[in-house]
Design a protein around this ligand. Structure first.
Ligand code: PGA
Length: 260
């Protein structure tokens, strides 16, 4: 098990004040672990104050969303250019963006390019709906979302990429995917990456699982071959739960190393 990436997606939760209290608590509870990279994704509003509060060796920041143009007359939007320097990562194509705000692969493609243009690592989120899974379309959906989101990027850029496999039916529902389903999906994604960018790049892309991850299930997902971390929504809002997941991940990695 290599280095793990754990992202807490707060979605539209926590005021600036609550975010600050949360980070204060989390910083006390989480140790700095070499083997675990922890990324927080607060609302846009809380990003700046949180950035002043955190130690970047302990936590990094991600934007939950952004608009792909760098600047201009786009009322209400925030660009990757404006987020430059503030965040190290940005989610792209989260299922809530795709399904509630009608984002398509064309949008995710523009956003992936905008993120790279501004020195931000995109976390491309992909995943099938329940009806697509039942219809046996999971492979096709993942293929289209991966290929659609990654057009016109170089192999060097692709090597840095993070992809989060989040089956739509598992997000916020308590219906988490089985390790077998997750392993199979991660394999499909990596095969697709291999076709697009070659074996070496495909191996260096980090693939995360997301969807109703809890304190009880985190370790089992992290031990799946081909899974490099977690994208956690609900369970990341409780500093005790989130810090325990992070500290347990460190212990899990250490245990594996010691057994070798
Ligand atoms: P969840 O959300 O952990 O609450 O299911 C995951 C996500 O949407 O990234």
């Amino acid at each position: 098990m290599g280095k793990k990436l754990i992202i807490g997606n707060w979605k539209m939760n926590l005021t600036i004040h609550e975010a600050s209290l949360y980070v204060h608590k989390l910083a006390d509870l989480v140790k700095i672990h070499q083997g675990v990279e922890v990324v927080l994704a607060p609302s846009h509003l809380a990003l700046q104050p949180v950035s002043l509060q955190i130690n970047y060796r302990q936590f990094k920041l991600a934007a939950q969303n952004f608009y792909w143009r760098d600047e201009g007359a786009f009322t209400g939007e925030v660009s990757a250019h404006q987020l430059r320097g503030l965040v190290q990562y940005a989610l792209v194509g989260h299922s809530e963006r795709r399904h509630i705000f009608n984002e398509h692969d064309k949008d995710t493609r523009h956003k992936v390019q905008a993120a790279y243009r501004n020195g931000i690592v995109p976390v491309l989120c992909v995943g099938e709906t329940v009806s697509e899974r039942v219809a046996g379309e999971t492979r096709d959906v993942l293929h289209d979302q991966v290929t659609g989101g990654l057009a016109n990027i170089t192999s060097e850029e692709a090597a840095e990429l993070v992809i989060a496999y989040e089956p739509v039916w598992a997000i916020g529902t308590g219906n988490n995917a089985s390790p077998t389903e997750v392993r199979a999906a991660a394999k499909m994604i990596r095969t697709q990456l291999k076709h697009l960018f070659g074996e070496q790049v495909a191996e260096s892309v980090r693939i995360l699982y997301g969807g109703s991850v809890t304190l009880d299930t985190a370790a089992s997902y992290l031990s799946i071959q081909g899974i490099d971390g977690l994208l956690i929504g609900g369970a990341s809002l409780d500093a005790h739960v989130f810090s325990t997941i992070i500290n347990n991940t460190h212990d899990q990695l250490k245990g594996i190393k010691e057994r070798r």
